[in-house]
Design a protein around this ligand. Structure first.
Ligand SMILES: NC(=O)c1ccc[n+]([C@@H]2O[C@H](COP(=O)([O-])OP(=O)(O)OC[C@H]3O[C@@H](n4cnc5c(N)ncnc54)[C@H](O)[C@@H]3O)[C@@H](O)[C@H]2O)c1
Length: 339
């Protein structure tokens, strides 16, 4: 793509749950031309594309030759193969999160993109949540960060556990919010409804002393996605779902002594931030488009994407060790009931 005003010719590979949202958003963007879609399930591809002025390709190579860029929204286990094929065909790639299954695969994709001068953007859509964008302007030197992402169980996602499925969003946000390297991290979790970890917590310590705790569950009855930050003189509460931010500030605190008792009184005020609420997926596509045209540079470098994946994979490894521990504890419990 050379001319600035030229529409970006884009295709969508994988028209499942996430792919359908990409198709829908792209069909509304005047900067993009949705060339077509490809899915191994042709019926699904035809059904999704039937509502739009676009077509379902029966062959991936053919779609790639007609596109400047593609969205890869296939299951994680196929990210590497499909994204590599697209990059080698000369297409910019917006690859759904998590980037790949292994760090080596991610590094290879990043180096192909670099060699070919292509944009490889990972679909961390929460980066484009209006509240998260605002957060970067108000978080200066966080002392403690707490992220919580809870959801009810859905049997649809089978190939990954809660860390790669959901918590990778918070890892990405937290790693990009703290302006320091990660010093150490530890994770634990349990599998409840699937063979993978369904609930997990990751604790991180950064070289500047910032601490973070991430909690993720896909077996909770309530859908909740929040991020709370303690920093000097303010407590910031972000709600991902409503895209709202509240800043709590302490106004005064005093001990009041009456004849009967000593009372502690604290006054604080809550600032509700105005957040520009756009569709985060649309903003993600706008950013991808602007990076391709050279209007802007990637919000997050690919090296950070690789670091995020590495911490996620190491955490999964630690959780696996803990899973064995929990299985042993469960067995011991059952044996003690029998005897
Ligand atoms: N950014 C987010 O918030 C978010 C949310 C959900 C899912 N995702 C990610 O999106 C990806 C897809 O997840 P999903 O929930 O849409 O899965 P899904 O199973 O609903 O859809 C995947 C689609 O890809 C097709 N497919 C499989 N292999 C293919 C191949 N080799 N070539 C072309 N098509 C192929 C399947 O037929 C299916 O239609 C995953 O990596 C997931 O982690 C991201």
């Amino acid at each position: 793509m050379s001319a600035r005003r030229k529409k970006l010719k884009i295709g969508v590979i994988g028209t499942g749950h996430m792919g359908q949202y990409h198709v829908n958003v792209l069909s509304t963007m005047i900067t993009h031309q949705l060339v077509g879609v490809y899915d191994v399930d042709m019926e699904r591809a035809r059904q999704i594309v039937s509502k739009y002025e676009s077509r379902a390709y029966t062959n991936l190579d053919s779609l790639l030759t007609h596109c400047d860029a593609v969205v890869v929204a296939v299951p994680t286990m196929y990210h590497y193969d499909v994204a590599k094929k697209a990059l080698l065909a000369g297409c910019h790639v917006l690859l759904e999160k998590p980037i790949t299954e292994t760090v080596e695969q991610a590094e290879e994709l990043v180096s192909i993109a670099q060699e070919k001068g292509l944009i490889l953007q990972v679909g961390h859509v929460e980066r484009f949540n209006g509240a998260v964008m605002e957060l970067h302007k108000i978080v200066m030197d966080p002392i403690f960060i707490e992220a919580k992402r809870m959801a009810p169980f859905t049997p649809r996602i089978k190939d990954v556990g809660v860390i790669l499925d959901m918590m990778i969003h918070d890892l990405d946000i937290v790693l990009n919010l703290v302006n320091a390297k990660v010093l150490s991290y530890e994770a634990m979790g349990r599998s409840i409804m699937s063979d993978q970890e369904d609930i997990a917590s990751i604790r991180l310590v950064f070289e500047n002393g910032t601490m973070a705790t991430l909690l993720g569950s896909r077996v909770s009855q309530l859908k909740e996605r929040v991020l709370n930050i303690v920093q000097d003189k303010s407590y910031i509460c972000l709600n991902y779902s409503s895209q709202d931010i509240e800043i709590h500030r302490q106004a005064s605190a005093a001990y009041l002594m009456t004849r009967e008792e000593i009372k502690y009184s604290q006054e604080s005020f809550i600032e509700k931030l105005y957040v520009h609420k756009d569709n985060p997926l649309k903003s993600e596509h706008t950013h991808f488009y602007e990076c391709i045209l050279g209007i802007t540079t990637p919000m997050v470098p690919n090296t950070k994407d690789i670091e995020t994946l590495k911490i996620a994979l190491d955490s999964m490894e630690q959780v696996r060790e803990n899973l064995d521990l929990f299985t042993a504890l469960q067995r011991k419990k059952e044996e003690s009931i029998v005897s």
